[in-house]
Write a protein of this length. Structure first.
Length: 338
């Protein structure tokens, strides 16, 4: 029998691409999602790509009774916890919402796992947990001192998981610190579909290219970087999805706590991203310079060597493939999943 994996937030951007990889690897997938920032149609498309169905439930992780009913109906081999809210600017305005959706929901999920004797978990964390004192490239041992509510909400969950393993070494947990996932599945059937004006660079560029937005605002052009714009570590979302499957395989055989960076291992500036996307879509991307945003760093990217050493994983899709796949998704789905 196939192993059955619970994916929280499986209809989201990262979750949906991860479901594709899980199905391709031979797992059965059960998704729980409250669809607050996603749509059930995503999972129909995941099934089309994989040629296999996804079982899903509309469940908010904070609803203990609803979550208990899902666990009562299935025997899971592991959990991939991708659910959460992630808009950094919004988090600063509504911190309680972020602690409820990211911390409280995680605690409820862990409690349900404990009650059902399930101790294999892969947790979606973030590079935003690192502090300004961390040296580039970021290593997993770098000091954690997030300067945003979103980053703190992720660090709090990491702290819970560390305490959990220390108290009970029978847990098998992998914490994956993402850098900047971008791109889309090569089919063009699934991709990033943000609500409202995108807060992240790549979907904003996509919507300028398709004509939904007039221009891209580049926040800061006087950073100490080669072209003055901020430098970030962008990795293809399918590379990230493959990293989830590798991490799941690891926690299915190894106990304890594993913390890994998942990144490309190098940085690209905002202007590099714009130029690469212009080449992919053969269109001009209008942009303007805007003042720096509070809390933005000049440059950060991952040291991802440990993921390669422990999991045999590395990001292998280049910037050209990232932009080509993102444009295929956007051009074929100008209104997203609507």
């Amino acid at each position: 029998m196939r192993q059955k994996i619970l994916v929280s937030g499986g209809a989201g951007y990262i979750g949906s691409h991860t479901c594709v990889e899980l199905l391709a690897a031979g797992y059965d997938v059960v998704v729980v999602d409250n669809f607050s920032n996603s749509k059930p149609a995503v999972l129909d498309r995941v099934s089309r790509i994989a040629g296999r169905d996804v079982t899903w439930y509309e469940v908010d992780l904070r609803d203990k009774s609803a979550l208990a009913r899902v666990f009562a109906q299935h025997t899971f081999s592991g959990v991939l916890h991708c659910a959460g809210v992630k808009a950094i600017d919004e988090a600063q305005r509504f911190p309680l919402k972020y602690y409820q959706h990211n911390l409280e929901a995680s605690l409820t999920l862990i409690e349900a796992m404990t009650q059902h004797g399930l101790r294999r978990l892969v947790f979606s964390s973030s590079a935003t947990v690192y502090g300004e004192a961390a040296r580039v490239p970021y290593r997993e041992e770098a000091p954690l001192a997030p300067n945003t509510v979103y980053g703190r909400s992720k660090m709090m969950v990491e702290n819970v998981l560390q305490d959990l393993v220390q108290a009970d070494p029978s847990w098998h947990i992998a914490i994956l610190r993402y850098f900047n996932p971008v791109g889309a599945h090569s089919s063009g059937l699934i991709g990033e579909d943000p609500s409202g004006i995108p807060g992240n660079l790549m979907p904003h560029i996509c919507q300028v290219a398709i004509g939904k937005l007039d221009e891209l605002a580049i926040f800061g052009h006087d950073y100490p970087t080669p072209d003055g714009t901020g430098v970030r570590d962008y990795l293809h979302v399918m590379d990230l999805a493959e990293g989830h499957v590798k991490a799941l395989e690891y926690v299915c055989r190894e106990s304890g706590l594993l913390t890994l960076n998942l990144g490309n291992g190098r940085g690209y500036s905002v202007l590099e991203m714009v130029r690469a996307f212009e080449h992919a879509c053969s269109r001009k991307i209008n942009y303007r310079y805007a003042p720096r945003r509070a809390g933005d760093l000049a440059s950060y990217y991952a040291d991802a060597r440990r993921a390669n050493e422990v999991l045999g994983w590395r990001a292998h899709r280049d910037l050209s493939e990232i932009c080509t796949d993102a444009w295929r998704w956007q051009s074929q789905n100008p209104e997203g999943y609507s």
